[in-house]
Design a binder for this molecule. Structure first.
Ligand code: NDP
Length: 443
């Protein structure tokens, strides 16, 4: 069944390799479940769920600081609205094309369902590269991008958030432009600033959530995070707050990376050093190499951190950043837990190594769902016109991650007691969306 299904998906979506990869993983997980539950196959839920409800692609013209005209391409994939308005981030990165955004939108459908909140799945972005651009250039780009996007989104229709290359600065510029064009102050984007409708803990949410899921996984083997050595990749939003929470829990994060290379700090990236990283990455927008110069540790140009001996790994940069060999090295070095802050950071071959090694492996759909879950909480606060306290939002986030863990165990526990979190997340995320699609008829 998987083979024939995938042949059709590949034929219909030529060249979109990341999308094929994401669909194949889900279909492989679902196959035994679908055999036992034929109502989904009869209603062609799988064929429907891989087809976006809508794809919007548009021109984004803007001028750089020299007055030269630049043209980028903008996208919004409205993948599935069976259980709520489309919800998912915007990515600004030169590698962005339809295949990347369709993979992310597809994953988002299952992830959002897993959170238990009423959110459909979507994703969008542009091949615009914010790196090296001035604030004014980023603002002009964001304004042009939103000038088109605003026709297609809305608080009850589609609510984008951040992703790679889209942080508080970009959300601010886009929100300002939306407000100006529509003359409404509404929860149309999440990840907003605190003074204008944002939620406490939203910046922290994805990293904190990936850490909470790791803790829940460790608990199944009666292991405490205290003193554990952690390899973290990336140095953006997700990596920063993963390290913050790990440190609070007594674990020791020893690596950080960006697209140029990684640093290894065996003494641990403590709160003070993390402050430096946040200033370096969020304000000065510099390279991670500066960390090694400042704190006198090793820097590995053009390398990824998976060769460093660790107890836990938190890939928090980008897709396919752990290949088979990296996975083998991690398992050989005693890594007992991988919690994916990034989306699809492990190749299918790497995932196989983790599952064969029977380590605690939390796939992105489950592990990084805390980000969108807290975006959902931001939407609730916007609708209520209230702001919850830090403690309240963090408690809700933690409860959601515990529920996600329980769902994975429910659908992913194998006969020998091993929990296959990949199957658990895929089946657990699928059921609610598929049942809603059945109930809503042929839409
Ligand atoms: P940021 O833009 O804040 O940071 C991204 C980090 O990853 C940077 O250090 C960046 O380095 C590095 N990176 C990006 N692309 C590549 C690449 N091709 N090769 C090597 N390194 C790369 O993004 P986020 O932290 O928000 O996102 C990181 C991951 O987490 C993504 O996979 C995203 O989809 C996922 N995620 C994010 C959520 C969120 O709430 N922000 C929610 C759920 C998932 P450089 O600066 O050199 O490009």
């Amino acid at each position: 069944m998987v083979k024939e299904f995938m042949e059709k998906v590949i034929q219909k979506n030529p060249g979109e390799v990341e999308f094929h990869q994401a669909v194949r993983e889900v279909v492989e997980s679902l196959e035994p479940f679908l055999v036992k539950n034929p109502q989904y196959t009869k209603a062609k839920i799988l064929e429907r769920i891989v087809e976006p409800e809508r794809v919007i692609m548009f021109r984004v013209p803007w001028t750089n600081d020299k007055g030269e005209i630049q043209i980028n391409r903008g996208f919004r994939i409205q993948m599935n609205s069976a259980i709520g308005p489309y919800k998912g981030g915007l990515r600004f990165h030169p590698t962005v094309y339809l295949g990347i955004l369709k993979f992310l939108a597809f994953e988002q459908v299952f992830k959002n369902s897993l959170t238990g909140l009423p959110m459909g799945g979507g994703k969008g972005g542009s091949d615009f590269d914010p790196k090296g651009k001035s604030d004014n250039e980023v603002m002009r780009f964001c304004q042009s991008f939103m000038t088109e996007l605003c026709r297609h989104i809305g608080a009850d229709t589609d609510v984008p958030a951040g992703d790679i290359g889209v942080g508080g600065r970009e959300i601010g510029y886009m929100y300002g432009q939306y407000k100006r064009l529509r003359n409404e102050f509404t929860g149309v984007l999440t990840g907003k600033g605190l003074a204008w409708g944002g939620s406490l803990i939203r910046p922290e949410a994805t990293g904190y959530g990936a850490t909470f899921l790791a803790i829940e996984m460790l608990k199944t083997r009666n292991i405490s995070p205290a003193g554990k050595i952690c390899a973290v990749s990336g140095s953006g939003n997700v990596a920063q707050y993963t390290i913050e929470k790990l440190t609070q829990l007594g674990a020791k994060a020893v690596t950080l990376s960006d697209s140029n290379g990684f640093i290894h700090d065996p003494a641990g990236i403590d709160a003070k050093k993390l402050e430096f990283v946040m200033e370096l990455k969020n304000v000065r927008r510099g390279r991670i190499k500066e960390y090694a110069d400042k704190f006198n540790c090793d820097y590995y140009e053009g390398k990824r951190p998976w060769g460093i001996k660790c107890d836990m790994a938190f890939p928090s940069a980008t897709q396919n950043e752990i290949d088979k060999q990296d996975a083998e090295t991690l398992v050989k070095n005693g890594c007992m837990c991988v919690s994916e802050g990034a989306n699809m950071p492990s190749t299918p071959e790497a995932v196989e190594v983790f599952l064969k090694g029977k380590i605690l492996y939390g796939p992105g759909k489950a592990a990084n769902a805390g980000g969108v879950a807290t975006s959902g909480l931001e939407m609730s606060q916007n609708s209520l016109r209230l702001s919850w306290t830090r403690e309240e939002v963090e408690k809700r986030l933690q409860d959601i991650m515990i529920n996600i863990h329980d769902t994975c165990v429910k659908y992913g526990k194998e006969s020998d007691g091993f929990v296959n979190y990949v199957n658990g997340a895929n089946i657990g995320g699928f059921v609610k969306v598929a049942d809603a699609m059945l109930a809503q008829g042929l839409v």
